[in-house]
Write a protein that binds this ligand. Structure first.
Ligand code: FAD
Length: 459
């Protein structure tokens, strides 16, 4: 069926180029996703307005030293901060994998030339991207979107309301289409810890971790050993007395990490006590000053009103055909960057190209029933394989298949090199437990592999 749809779309594309439709689109957010969306929509001849609540582009890559008024991120009335970056952050992917499809994240004479550069270098790259494609002129800065809804059930009339910083009044404008690019790594997700109500120490989510100094001489327990737990544990250990990581790694024994005299791995926390004790599942315990949750993020779209057509349940945004289009509202409402455990920059670029071409009518979507059935089938397979609902949008290990499917939709050939690169990265960093992987990365070798294997990408 996919091949058939693709054939139909190719025939349609070749016969309908002249009938291409131009829409007025609102893009919400000017991070990586919003910048890609703006560029692709404009390339396709659409009229674009980007709403951005901050005063500059970059989204998460715009480092903000502030910490939210509630460091756990529970209080709905807290003063929020968008970025989850900490000061010492270096990318966890090499710059080739953070390039857009036709726009490399190249080294420049000024700046940070490393293969895995600092976050400042990523922001400079995004600034240059926005400059080179004249995207800044499309952005309304300091404009927080507070409500998005269909106008009287009309499929392609969307009311967008926004508030300009410093003003109480709300403005409104109607668009044909809305592309949601608001990011998904700002709203802390926590895990339940037995006894936590009476535990007297300090609690903070990694979203609000910036620098290690406040943890000087402390005993810190970190929950979670994904990329954030891994990196932050090393950062905090430069100041803290001890760092204990509670992990779900099966059968882990209390282990002091090689090369780190003050970091230990443990099983998950069993319970915590009024006297400050943190007891792990194997019975070992520490008296801790801080618990730091590296437990991920929740999806949240507080501005979106779809009368229950799109919901967020147990971290599933649904239903979304291929993580982008809600079948009942497609193509007029779409989401870029919901999928994760993937190579995020090219993913956003690809999804943006797809959305822009679907909106112009050059690429066809399956009909509503087919999209809904495909989404249901995905859910069914997850259930059959025992995959919890909260991992609905995790692409790994099938990201390659997903990227190639979208590439096919927009008439580009499959690309394997990114996935070979990712496999190599996982092998040399995680599997080899090699913390120096960033500086040992053989850039020249990978550059030559990429040159050999990549085809011209823009069409
Ligand atoms: P964001 O960058 O979050 O941008 C969303 C934008 O929407 C923001 O500018 C925000 O202000 C705006 N916005 C939100 N709500 C509204 C509203 N209501 N109205 C108007 N504007 C709004 N990826 C990599 O590829 N490599 C890495 O090394 C890497 N490191 C990471 C490290 C950390 C700690 C984290 C948390 C993530 C990392 N990522 C990394 C993933 C990262 O999320 C993506 O790279 C990417 O930045 C996400 O872009 P985005 O545009 O989807 O979201």
């Amino acid at each position: 069926k996919t091949a058939f749809n693709y054939l139909v779309s190719l025939v349609y594309q070749s016969t309908n180029q002249s009938m291409s439709r131009s829409v007025k689109a609102a893009v919400i957010g000017a991070g990586v996703a919003g910048l890609c969306a703006a560029r692709e929509l404009r390339r396709e001849g659409h009229r674009v307005v980007v709403f951005e609540k901050a005063d500059r582009i970059g989204g998460l890559w715009y480092y903000d030293p502030r910490v939210e008024s509630d460091p756990l991120g529970i209080d709905p009335n807290r003063e929020t901060v968008h970025s989850s970056l900490y000061l010492s952050l270096r990318t966890n992917l090499p710059r080739q994998m953070m390039s857009f499809l036709d726009y490399p994240f190249a080294k420049r004479e000024t700046g940070d030339p490393r293969a895995f550069p600092s976050h400042e270098e990523v922001l400079r790259f995004l600034d240059k991207f926005a400059d080179d494609f004249g995207l800044i002129e499309l952005v309304r800065f300091n404009s927080e979107v507070v409500r998005v809804e269909r106008v009287e059930e009309k499929e392609n009339e969307w009311s967008v309301e926004w508030r300009t910083r410093g003003s109480d009044s709300v403005s409104r404008e109607v668009f044909d289409a809305v592309v949601v690019c608001t990011g998904n790594q700002s709203e802390p997700q926590l895990t339940a810890v037995a006894g936590i109500e009476k535990w007297p120490g300090y609690q903070i989510h990694s979203h609000n971790y910036r620098v290690p100094e406040p943890f000087k001489d402390q005993i810190v327990v970190i929950i979670g050993y994904g990329p954030s737990g891994y990196e932050i544990s090393r950062g905090i250990a430069t100041e803290a007395k001890q760092v204990h990581i509670a992990t779900k790694i099966p059968n882990v024994r209390v282990t002091q990490l090689e090369n780190h005299k003050n970091i230990w791995l443990h099983m998950m926390i069993e319970h915590v006590c009024e006297d400050g004790k943190v007891v792990f599942q194997d019975g070992s315990f520490v008296y801790a000053d801080t618990i730091l949750y590296c437990t991920g993020y929740n999806y949240r779209y507080p501005f979106l009103e779809t009368n229950g057509i799109v919901t967020v349940e147990e971290n599933r945004v649904g239903p979304l055909f291929k993580h982008v289009f809600p079948p009942r509202l497609a193509p007029w409402l779409s989401f870029i960057g919901v999928a994760y455990k993937d190579i995020g920059f090219p993913l956003r670029d690809l999804q943006s190209k797809w959305v822009a071409r679907v909106l112009s009518g050059k690429v066809l979507l399956p009909n509503e029933e087919e999209m809904a059935a495909s989404t249901e089938e995905h859910y069914r397979q997850m259930e059959e394989n025992g995959v919890p609902k909260r991992f609905t949008h995790a692409l790994y290990p099938n990201g390659n298949e997903y990227h190639n499917w979208i590439l096919g939709q927009i008439g580009l050939p499959p690309q394997e090199w990114r996935w070979n690169l990712l496999a190599e990265l996982i092998k040399s960093s995680l599997i080899a437990m090699n913390e120096g992987y960033r500086d040992e990365w053989d850039e020249d070798y990978w550059d030559s592999v990429i040159k050999e294997s990549s085809q011209p990408l823009v069409n």
